[in-house]
Write a protein of this length. Structure first.
Length: 460
């Protein structure tokens, strides 16, 4: 079995290659080759495919692609290669579930299959999007903790400590990282969910030292939380990320990853993005010893994942992984539109229903491209979880028909989306309840989605 020490050795003595050559002469050329070899083709008329042969072809392409391309270490300019037998062994021995949380909130995050009737894991919150103050952070997280469907929390990111703007790698980032967890624990206690796991690591921590500083159990992550680290687009890592993996593995923490292949970048179109998304599962299981996986293939121009090409890429890559491995896999939803808009909820409905029917669980949600402070509320992840529960067990063909009817409701707004309102503008901060305007929008969209065939009668 490949160990983390093996990975570190290969990162220092592996084949030397410039980053430009890796991108243009190795990554892109091999990706085009496997797309052609395995006949992977995007059909815009079928945003949620139901062909198992297509899903298996995407997996075969991803497997061969990663075995040939490897992972690139930016700091050493070397390629970390794994042979086919090592990749097969890792897929075979990887666990199908991980246990997270404490007390009554202690549960198993398990792998799923296409059209699986079992409810998906609901990893709910802000997806690491920034907030303007400690007070907004506390109220938001308390609101997330009140969502009945929540299995784990994805926190916002602090941008300030005592009014001072946090700079990456600075002492303020260390203090902000510790404060993030302290505030999140307090907010979850207020919501009556003190045992919920915080699974997005520490959204404020952009460096290994900041993450490590907040692992003390008195004011940091517990072993029952998830530690999530990333990969660099595309199929790349560096010493900072490997440092995080070393600490998490040594401490016996439940390590997860988040990976965001770029449609319109080196991945090319929908076909390449789907293959690379599947390949990221394999890469991070080997490079970091990851146990759970969060994917967010995203549009390089629009910074969201609602375009039909991405709905397809997310769906078919989720099917590829869920049919051919037992990796616990989740997909993040990034919307173009902001809170208190109907288009935001339409985007969520299309993204969530397509991946849940395809065998994945969910992280929800990155709202308004995840770019703006305070532009997220508990309503969006609540709606996402309701869609997820209602979609579990539905046939892919039925979900495809529904998603085809949802896409026209928002697609014309993707290029110039409405920003909507900030949390403070569409919620009562004291009671953490949505405004009557937002409730009206939510109820209208929910009725429309139900009329299309998604029945909101499931409870957690």
């Amino acid at each position: 079995m490949v160990s983390l020490l093996d990975v570190i050795e290969r990162a220092t003595v592996g084949k030397i290659c410039s980053e430009k050559d890796f991108d243009l002469k190795i990554f892109t050329l091999k990706l085009k080759d496997v797309i052609r070899k395995y006949g992977v083709s995007y059909d815009p008329d079928i945003p949620v495919p139901s062909d198992p042969g297509l899903a298996d072809s995407v997996f075969k392409a991803a497997f061969e692609f990663f075995c040939e391309v490897g992972a690139y270490c930016i700091d050493t300019q070397r390629i970390i290669f794994f042979d086919e037998s090592e990749v097969k062994e890792k897929i075979r021995i990887s666990p199908s579930q991980v246990i997270l949380g404490e007390g009554v909130d202690r549960k198993a995050l398990t792998s799923r299959k296409p059209e699986d009737p079992n409810p998906p894991w609901c990893f709910l919150g802000a997806a690491g999007v920034a907030v303007s103050s400690d007070d907004v952070f506390l109220k938001l997280v308390e609101g997330y903790g009140r969502i009945p469907y929540i299995n784990s929390l994805t926190t916002p990111a602090l941008t300030r400590v005592n009014g001072m703007r946090i700079r990456p790698g600075s002492p303020l980032e260390v203090l902000g990282s510790m404060r993030t967890v302290v505030l999140a624990r307090e907010a979850l206690r207020r919501a009556g969910r003190p045992g919920l796991p915080i699974m997005n690591s520490i959204a404020t921590a952009s460096t290994a030292v900041s993450l490590i500083s907040a692992l003390h159990p008195d004011f940091g992550l517990r072993k029952s939380d998830g530690v999530m680290i990333g990969a660099i687009a595309e199929l790349k890592t560096n010493f900072d990320l490997l440092n995080r993996a070393c600490v998490a593995n040594t401490l016996g923490m439940v390590l997860g990853v988040d990976c965001g292949p770029l449609l319109g970048g080196y991945c090319g179109g929908a076909e390449g993005t789907a293959i690379v998304t599947a390949a990221y599962h394999i890469m991070t299981s080997l490079v970091y010893n990851a146990l759970w996986y969060v994917m967010f293939p995203i549009h390089i121009k629009y910074s969201s994942s609602s375009n039909p090409e991405l709905i397809w890429a997310r769906s078919v890559s989720a099917q590829a992984i869920s049919r051919n491995t037992h990796f616990p896999s989740l997909y993040i939803s990034y919307t173009a539109s902001g809170p208190c808009t109907d288009t935001c909820l339409y985007e969520i409905a299309a993204q969530i229903s397509s991946v849940v029917a395809s065998g994945a669980s969910i992280e929800a949600a990155g709202i308004a491209k995840g770019k703006y402070e305070d532009r997220m509320t508990p309503m969006e992840p609540k709606f996402a979880a309701e869609v997820a529960y209602a979609t579990a067990g539905m046939r892919l063909r039925d979900v495809n028909d529904i998603v085809k009817k949802i896409i026209p409701k928002y697609i014309d707004k993707i290029a110039n989306p409405p920003l909507g309102l900030r949390f403070q503008e569409c919620y009562d901060i004291e009671t953490i309840k949505p405004s009557s305007k937002y409730l009206e929008i939510y109820s209208k969209v929910k009725r429309e989605i139900e009329d299309l065939g998604i029945k909101f009668n499931q409870s957690p």
